[in-house]
Design a protein around this ligand. Sequence first.
Ligand code: PLP
Length: 475
Amino acid sequence: MTPEEFRRAGHQLVDWIAEYVANVESRPVTSDVVPGDVLAALPEAPPDTVDDFASVLADVDSTIVPALTHWQHPSFFGYFPANSSYSSILAELLSAGLGVNGMSWVTSPACTELEIRVVDWLAALLGLPDRFLSTSDGGGVIQGTASEATLVAILSARWRATSGRVNNDGDTTKLVAYITSQAHSSLEKGLRIAGIGTAQTRIVAHDETFAMRPDALAEAVAADRAAGLVPFFVCSSRGTTSSMAFDPTPAIAEIARANGMWLHVDAAMSGIAALAPEYRWVNDGLESADSYCTNPHKWMGINFDCDVYWTADRSALLGALSILPEYLRSAAAAAGAAVDLRDWQIPLGRRFRSLKLWFGLRLDGIDTFQARIRDHVTITAELAAWIADDPRFEIVAPHPLNLVCLRVADRAGGDEATERLIEDANATRRVLFTRTVLDDRPVLRFSVGGAQTQRRHVRAAWELLQSLVAPVPAG
Ligand SMILES: *Cc1c(COP(=O)(O)O)cnc(C)c1O
């Protein structure tokens, strides 16, 4: 491709994306393909001649787009939002255009220093404690996903608990971790990767709001210590994936401190709410946390992938992850003047992801993010009121922000009707809901977080749900 061809194709593609995002509402939310349809539409053999851009774009329209779930659709109420924005799409393009690898300071100084600056900015905008700033003993870094952040937290905790002697003469066989059944699956996966198996992971009981019970945590920790084991890691979720439950971080922090455990706080979805000062309660307890993460790539609209991980203890993180092969030595790093962010993450290579936050904060601005959060919280409260007014439905978990968990009330059919409702609603392709299970019963999750989602979309989706559940027989 010549520079001229790139210019032409690039303009065409930007036009295409603008059109796609602006009109995504006119499409069904989900596709109707069955497994293998897309494969069958693609030639088995790789191309032996080159195509022009127009024919590739035509295939995007005919083969790719019809087989998408449209995450940017305003009636996408499944999983969690994964919003994009024009500003961060542009930054993504610039990142690819610059084509730098920011594994070390010296491999592209701007890549490291812009990241340090924007991550500090985000900490200030979220109202995070000073112990997470780059000027403290801690600092923040962009990870691809919360799952990677979780693993980094676990490895830092493991390093600290074993005095850094893991894989040397350190002993991890006595380490025990504490989570609830509501914690994200990446906790179990991260623990497994770190060599902390199921037998060393305690599932702490939760209360009726699906939040960790600190008394149960204290009891489990005491029992493990009495048995000669070493409690080393506890995760407090602030906004669980299933039901957006908030573990009581301050009480968990006290137990963590008293027992020398690493406290990781996972607020991948809900932490972003703190951009609006009235929701700063999501940060409760962070002044005692060893690490914290939230995902600008969910509610905030900095397109995937962009998780930000902060730690108050840089030394444990560097102890766990630093590596210095000869070919990566630099005078700047050796003098302690430069930070090498490869030591803050699992992979070596790093993309220039901070451009996305920089563009987003400068081109969309904090007011845009705050307005979206406030809108969604307000609409969700209205939705909850509509549901409460219809005796055929019940709300099964607290809904302080932008997720409502509901089911069909028992007298209108209960669990079976709830399962059918989710299937029937999704079969219309006008909405997407996801299912979860809370205390052994199926639940419909109504997640309100799309960048284009407005009251009318939520209202229409609610009316659709109402139309799919039979009236309760009289008497
Ligand atoms: C979404 C989510 C995760 C996982 O996020 P990824 O960035 O996809 O790894 C973890 N924890 C919570 C609470 C989440 O909402």
